[in-house]
Design a protein around this ligand. Structure first.
Ligand code: CA
Ligand code: CA
Length: 501
C-alpha cells in the first residue's frame, strides 16, 4: 500500500511537473482592510472572526492570496503607525483569532501576507517613548535613541521634540510616524525577530513592505540594500515566503528595485486614472495603446514577476478610473486587461462589486458592501459615500454582474496558469484587437482580445488551435469556427478568447 501511494505521488509530481512553480505561488491576490471588511461582534468595525467567516467567499471567488493591511496594534484606524510589531490590534481580535484565519487560509490553499511598515513606527511605540524620555534627561547614548533619526538642527522632514532642542525625522506629514534608523544593528536584530515571529511562530507566508523608497530618503541604493537584507532574512527563515514592495515610482525605478531580490513590486504605472490600463481603455486605439505599454514593461524588466493592480487603499477605485458608473462592461474589461498583464495581480476588496472611492483616504476605504444591512461603519473622516452597484449577495445571484465576471476571470487564471505566468509575446495588433501568445516550459496559450466597446471583431489564427474558453463582458458569447489549418474567432465587444494547440 505504501509503495502504491508512493508511486501515485511520484506520478502526480511528474504530471504536475510543468507547473510546479505555478502551484507554489499565488497569482490572484486580494487586498483586505480588516477594519472595513466584515464585523462579527456588532460594534460596526471589521475583525478577524468576520474575515474568517468570509474566507470561503474569497476562495470561491478564485483568489489564492490575501494581503492584509496592517493588523498590528496602532492608535490610527488605518494602522500604518505601529506600537507593537509582535501583536495584533485588539480592535480586530486576539492572536488566537488571527491564528484561526491563518489556519483556515492554509486549509483553503490561500497564501496570506500582512503589511509591514518598518520605515517608521508610531510616536507611541515604547522604543520611541524610551528614546524621548532619555533625550529629555540628556541621555543621548541610550540604546533606543539610536533606533530613530534624531538630530539637533532643524531640517526638512524633521519635527521638534517638544520641550527639547532635539528634532526627529518624520517624512509623512503629521508628526505621528517617526522614521526608524534602519542602519542601527540592534534595530536590525529587532526586525529579524519580527520577521521570525510572523513567518515561523504565527505561520504567515510573507509581507507587503510599505514605503520602501522612504527607508533612506532619496537614497535608492541604500533602500535596495536594506530590501536585500529583508529578502535574505525571510528566505533563511522560510524559503518559500513571498515579499511584495510598495515602490511608488516610475517603471525604470521599479525595475532597478527588483535587483534587491524582492519577489515583486507593485506596478504603479499600470494603476490609477493615468495608468496603462485606464489610459488604454479611454484611448481611441485601445489595443495599440495597451500593447505599447506591455512592450515597455517587457523591455524594462523582461524576467521579473510583475505585480500589476488597478487600485488600492491609497488610490481611486476602478469605477472612477474608467467612468464606469453607468458602464459596468468597462469596469469588467479593466480587470481583464489587468489579468492579461501577467504576474501576480492584486485586487483591492470591493473592486469585484464595482465599489467607488475617491478624494480623501477614508473615502477609498469604505465598508465592504455585502448587503444594505451588512456593511461595517465608515472609517473616520469619510466625506463621500456612494455604492454605484449592488452588494455581494445580490451580485452573486446575477450572472451578468461584475462579481461573476471577475470570478470567472480569476478561475480562468487558476485553470490556465500561463495567463499569469507565461512569457508574453504580441502576435497581432490593430487599433482595437490584439493577440498575445503566452509560453512557459513548452506549453503555450493564445489570447485574442477585442478592445472595442461596440463592434464585433473577427480574428483568424493559423495553426491547429482549439478554443479553450471565452470571457465576455456582455450577454452575447464569443465563438470560434475551424476551417482547414486556421481558426476564426468572432469576438463580441470586449470579448476575449483563449486558445491552445
Ligand atoms: Ca467588530
Ligand atoms: Ca525613512
Amino acid at each position: 500500500m505504501k509503495k502504491l501511494l508512493c508511486l501515485a505521488f511520484t506520478l502526480l509530481l511528474l504530471l504536475g511537473g510543468s507547473f510546479a512553480i505555478a502551484q507554489a505561488e499565488a497569482t490572484n491576490w486580494y487586498e483586505v482592510f480588516v477594519y472595513s471588511y466584515s464585523d462579527s461582534d456588532g460594534n460596526g468595525i471589521g475583525d478577524f472572526p468576520g474575515l474568517l467567516s468570509k474566507l470561503d467567499y474569497i476562495h470561491d471567488m478564485g483568489y489564492d492570496g490575501i494581503w492584509l493591511m496592517p493588523v498590528m496594534p496602532s492608535p490610527s484606524y488605518h494602522k500604518y503607525d505601529v506600537t507593537d510589531y509582535k501583536a495584533v490590534d485588539p480592535l480586530y481580535g486576539t492572536m488566537a483569532d488571527f491564528k484561526a484565519v491563518v489556519a483556515r487560509c492554509q486549509e483553503l490553499g490561500i497564501r496570506l501576507i500582512i503589511d509591514l511598515p518598518v520605515n517608521h513606527s508610531s510616536t507611541r511605540h515604547p522604543w520611541f517613548l524610551e528614546a524621548v524620555d532619555a533625550l529629555k534627561i540628556g541621555r543621548k547614548d541610550h540604546p533606543k535613541v539610536g533606533y530613530y533619526n534624531f538630530r539637533q538642527e532643524e531640517d526638512k522632514g524633521f519635527v521638534q521634540l517638544s520641550g527639547t532642542d532635539w528634532y526627529y525625522e518624520e517624512q509623512f506629514a503629521g508628526g505621528q510616524m517617526p522614521d526608524l534608523n534602519l542602519d542601527n544593528p540592534a534595530l536590525r536584530e529587532e526586525i529579524r525577530g519580527i520577521l521570525a515571529f510572523w513567518l515561523i511562530d504565527v505561520g504567515i507566508d510573507g509581507f507587503r513592505l510599505d514605503a520602501v523608497t522612504s527607508f533612506y530618503t532619496a537614497r535608492d541604493q541604500d533602500n535596495i540594500a536594506f530590501l536585500r537584507f529583508m529578502k535574505e532574512t525571510c528566505q533563511e527563515l522560510k524559503p518559500d515566503s513571498y515579499l511584495v514592495g510598495e515602490c511608488w515610482k516610475s517603471l525604470e525605478q521599479i525595475a532597478a528595485y527588483y535587483d534587491s531580490g524582492i519577489d515583486s513590486f507593485f506596478l504603479f504605472p499600470a494603476a490609477q486614472a493615468e495608468g496603462y490600463i485606464a489610459a488604454s481603455i479611454r484611448s481611441r486605439k485601445p489595443a495599440e495603446t495597451f500593447v505599447k505599454y506591455l512592450n515597455q514593461v517587457k523591455a524594462a524588466m523582461p524576467d521579473r514577476t510583475l505585480a500589476p493592480f488597478l487600485s488600492n487603499h491609497d488610490t481611486g477605485r476602478t469605477v472612477g478610473l474608467v467612468q464606469g458608473r453607468q458602464l459596468p462592461q468597462r469596469v469588467k474589461f479593466a480587470h481583464a486587461l489587468l489579468s492579461l498583464m501577467g504576474g501576480h495581480s492584486f485586487t483591492y476588496y470591493g473592486e469585484e462589486i464595482g465599489m467607488l472611492g475617491s478624494g480623501n483616504d477614508p473615502n477609498k476605504r469604505l465598508g465592504m458592501l455585502w448587503a444594505e444591512d451588512e456593511v461595517t461603519k465608515d472609517p473616520p473622516g469619510v466625506t463621500a459615500r456612494e455604492y454605484p452597484y449592488p452588494g455581494v449577495y445580490a451580485q452573486q445571484e446575477d450572472p451578468a454582474s461584475i462579481l461573476n465576471y471577475i470570478k470567472k476571470m480569476n478561475h480562468q487564471r487558476l485553470k490556465m496558469p500561463l495567463i499569469a505566468l507565461g512569457k508574453t509575446e504580441v502576435l497581432q495588433v490593430t487599433e482595437d484587437v490584439f493577440v498575445l501568445k503566452k509560453s512557459l516550459e513548452g506549453d503555450s496559450l493564445y489570447i485574442a482580445v477585442n478592445c472595442s466597446s461596440k463592434e464585433q471583431r473577427e480574428i483568424s489564427l493559423e495553426g491547429d488551435l482549439v478554443l479553450k474558453d471565452v470571457l465576455d463582458a456582455g450577454d452575447a458569447a464569443s465563438t470560434a469556427s475551424k476551417a482547414g489549418s486556421s481558426i476564426t474567432l468572432l469576438l463580441q465587444p470586449y470579448g476575449i478568447g483563449f486558445l491552445s494547440p
